[in-house]
Structures are given as structure tokens and as C-alpha cells.
Design a binder for this molecule. Structure first.
Ligand code: AMP
Length: 301
């Protein structure tokens, strides 16, 4: 495509601290969030006649880790098709040659809020169960496709006002994994499983740990393991769940094991203490109504 034609197709607009250069079909851009990879805007797509979300990957080729993560996200988003995983509608770059190639824009379905915002709300039993069910359906699908997320957290889960839920990204690229004794960088670790925190081998159940932490937060109204840094994250886990067994310690590499063995010993708290019944939300009005329905005979139930 020649330069003139291309320039006519794109326009540039400042959103927050960033400048978006997008196709003219996308109008009315407004910032709605930002993550490790860049800024996200809502926009109206005149071709599809619907609202969309546009994510500008910030400098995706600045180093190998960023490039691999961007590539992984793009490839997986294109392949995975499930109602609880965010769908990719379009992808484009305004640059026209490989030498200039710098920005990647991902166009996705637009949702209303991320789970951090929803956790603050008083959810009834029915909504809480439905949100959890959808998270589990989403990760079940990822696991069936051989993808282990390893970094599920409320900020990368988005919901709509009708209580539908989608997982936003595909987690840690293998190159971005960190161990306990590696240099910390700013990232939310509250939901990471011990295997990930301690840099051990891991399986799909690390994602079930994350969903458990998210569920706990929804029930308790506060973060279950609020580590202040990557070392404290481990302290918070053992304070509440107890020091792990010798069998678990034997799986750690020597330097991490020495660190873990030298922590004070904790017995941990019982499930009843961590999650007293009073914390669980009440049934919704809708369910109460169902319970109170008057049945004329046992066949009607
Ligand atoms: P990300 O960079 O993918 O982690 O997204 C950062 C934030 O932008 C999320 O926590 C959401 O609040 C918001 N966001 C990203 N994608 C969408 C979307 N498709 N719909 C609604 N909000 C989104």
C-alpha cells in the first residue's frame, strides 16, 4: 500500500501519556486501563458498528522478553476461541515497513470492568458462583489447549454488567517467570502459586491456586496473601497455611530450600478460621424466591 493511502487510513490521537495511531474506523477513543504491556482504550468501530477495546502494546520489541510475550499473546489470542477468553477482533500496525515496524494494536471485545472493581462490590451467592464457574471454564479450556496461565489475577479478568466473564491474557511467557531469589520487579504476586513464587516445576493446578485466592478475596473482602514484596509473599502463605511438608521442600533447589527451611515454623490456620461461614454471601433474592415457591405435589418440584 502506498504511503498516501496508508496515511489517509490512520489518524493519531493522544490518550493519557500515550499517542494512539489507529485506523479511522475506530473513533471516540477513551482510556480504560493500563497493564504491563501498555494502555487500553475503548472505541467505537464504525465497520462492525459496536464498541471495542484497543490495546497498544508499548514497545513490544524493546527486548527479547517483551517480543516473545507480545508474540505469544497474539498467537494464542488468534487460536483460542472460547466464550470465557477474550476474543481478538483485529490486529494492525500503522507502520508500513519492517524497518519502521514498532507498534502493535490489538482490537478486542469490550467488557465493562475488571475484577478488581467487582471484588469491592457486595456480590450475592448466585453471582459469585457464576463468576467463579466462568473463571474455571476459561482455565479448563486453556489447560485443554496445553496453556498454563501462571499469573491469573483480578486485573486480567474482565466482566460485563450481565455477569459474563472473560480472561484477558495468557499469563507469563516462559521467559518472564521469576523465582523467589531472582531480582524483584513491580508486579502483583498475591495470586501466584508457591511453585511459581519458588521457581519450581509447575503443573496446570497453579491456576487453580490463583482462582482459589481470587475466590477467597471475594468472600473475605480482602487479599488472602497480601505479600509486600516477593519474599514477604511466601511469608504470608506459610503464616496462614502452615510450613509445607518435607516432601515439598525436597523438590526445591538448594538455595531456595535453605531459605525456606530457615523461616520460622507455622502451624497454619484451619479452614473454618480462614473462612468462617458468616463471611459467605447470602443467597440472592432470586434464589430465595425459588426456595419459597409453593409446589402443589412432589412431581412439580
Ligand atoms: P492488560 O494490559 O491486558 O492487562 O489490561 C489492562 C486493563 O485494561 C485491565 O485490567 C482492564 O481494566 C482493561 N482492559 C483490558 N482489556 C479490556 C477489554 N477487552 N475490555 C474492558 N477492559 C479491558
Amino acid at each position: 500500500m502506498n504511503r498516501n493511502k496508508r496515511e489517509k487510513e490512520y489518524y493519531s490521537i493522544d490518550v493519557g501519556d500515550s499517542t494512539f495511531m489507529v485506523l479511522k474506523r475506530y473513533q471516540n477513543l477513551r482510556p480504560i486501563g493500563s497493564g504491563a504491556q501498555g494502555i487500553v482504550c475503548s472505541a467505537y468501530d464504525h465497520n462492525l458498528e459496536r464498541n471495542v477495546a484497543i490495546k497498544k502494546l508499548s514497545r513490544p520489541f524493546q527486548n527479547q522478553t517483551h517480543a516473545k510475550r507480545a508474540y505469544r499473546e497474539l498467537v494464542l489470542m488468534k487460536c483460542v476461541n472460547h466464550k470465557n477468553i477474550i476474543g481478538l477482533l483485529n490486529v494492525f500496525t500503522p507502520q508500513k515497513t519492517l524497518e519502521e515496524f514498532q507498534d502493535v494494536y490489538l482490537v478486542m471485545e469490550l467488557m465493562d470492568a475488571n475484577l478488581c472493581q467487582v471484588i469491592q462490590m457486595e456480590l450475592d451467592h448466585e453471582r459469585l458462583s457464576y463468576l467463579l464457574y466462568q473463571m474455571l471454564c476459561g482455565i479448563k479450556h486453556l489447560h485443554a489447549a496445553g496453556i498454563i496461565h501462571r499469573d491469573l489475577k483480578p486485573s486480567n479478568i474482565v466482566v460485563k454488567s450481565d455477569c459474563t466473564l472473560k480472561i484477558l491474557d495468557f499469563g507469563l511467557a516462559r521467559t518472564a517467570a521469576t523465582g523467589l531469589l531472582m531480582t524483584p520487579y513491580v508486579v502483583t504476586r498475591y495470586y501466584r502459586a508457591p511453585e511459581v513464587i519458588l521457581g519450581m516445576g509447575y503443573q496446570a493446578n497453579v491456576d487453580v491456586w490463583s482462582v482459589g485466592c481470587i475466590m477467597a478475596e471475594m468472600v473475605r473482602g480482602s487479599v488472602l496473601f497480601p505479600g509486600t514484596d516477593h519474599i514477604d509473599q511466601w511469608n504470608k502463605v506459610i503464616e496462614q497455611l502452615g510450613t509445607p511438608s518435607q516432601e515439598f521442600l525436597m523438590k526445591l533447589n538448594q538455595s531456595v530450600r535453605t531459605y525456606v527451611e530457615n523461616r520460622p515454623r507455622y502451624a497454619g490456620y484451619s479452614f473454618e478460621k480462614l473462612f468462617p461461614d458468616v463471611l459467605f454471601p447470602a443467597d440472592s433474592e432470586h434464589n430465595k424466591l425459588k426456595e419459597n415457591v409453593f409446589y402443589c405435589c412432589s412431581e412439580c418440584r
